[in-house]
Design a protein around this ligand. Structure first.
Ligand SMILES: [Zn+2]
Length: 54
């Protein structure tokens, strides 16, 4: 798993999963939340599905 984000509090390289920095436990930025990306992926998938059916 690549470490994509840098913690804005301590500079620790954070993994994609989890909602907190692994080192200082500061809350991640909204765009760094895995749930957000999972939701976006589902929406994109549904839009593609709809586009195919039309
Ligand atoms: Zn941190």
């Amino acid at each position: 798993m690549p470490r994509l984000f840098t913690c804005r509090e301590c500079g620790h390289k954070m993994r994609f999963s989890g909602q907190f920095c692994g080192k200082c436990y500061a809350r991640k930025e909204t765009y760094q939340m895995p749930n957000l990306w999972r939701g976006a992926a589902v929406i994109v998938f549904l839009l593609i599905l709809i586009a195919i059916m039309l």
